[in-house]
Design a protein around this ligand. Structure first.
Ligand SMILES: [Zn+2]
Length: 102
């Protein structure tokens, strides 16, 4: 069990995302294999926001300066968009192009 640095709830590590310090930026360690310290968080923008607001990443990862969480935000965006969305193809008709040859 790990504690989410955002909402402070405990969860199995399989349900949490591991974040590491990548030269001053937060990086997602999706496979949880990166060496060094890691911060665990739900793959949820709400938890990321909470953690950012409370500046827990610096403590968790032992970094004195601010950490850029933008990469994590981007990762979460694509993560949440991964659900299989049905392609909406309402316009299945073939488009006709008028070609006036002269
Ligand atoms: Zn959380």
């Amino acid at each position: 069990m790990r504690t989410c640095v955002g909402c402070r709830a405990r969860a199995p590590r399989a349900q949490l995302l591991r974040l590491v310090n990548d030269d001053g930026r937060l990086a997602v360690d999706a496979r949880a294999v990166a060496p060094g310290r890691g911060a665990w968080i739900h793959p949820d923008p709400t938890c990321l926001e909470l953690a950012e607001r409370r500046r827990v990443f610096g403590r968790a990862l032992r970094v004195s300066g601010p950490l850029d969480a933008a990469p994590v935000r981007q990762w979460l965006d694509s993560f949440q968009g991964r659900s299989p969305a049905r392609a909406d193809r309402s316009r299945a008709g073939a488009g006709k192009t008028d070609c006036e040859g002269g």
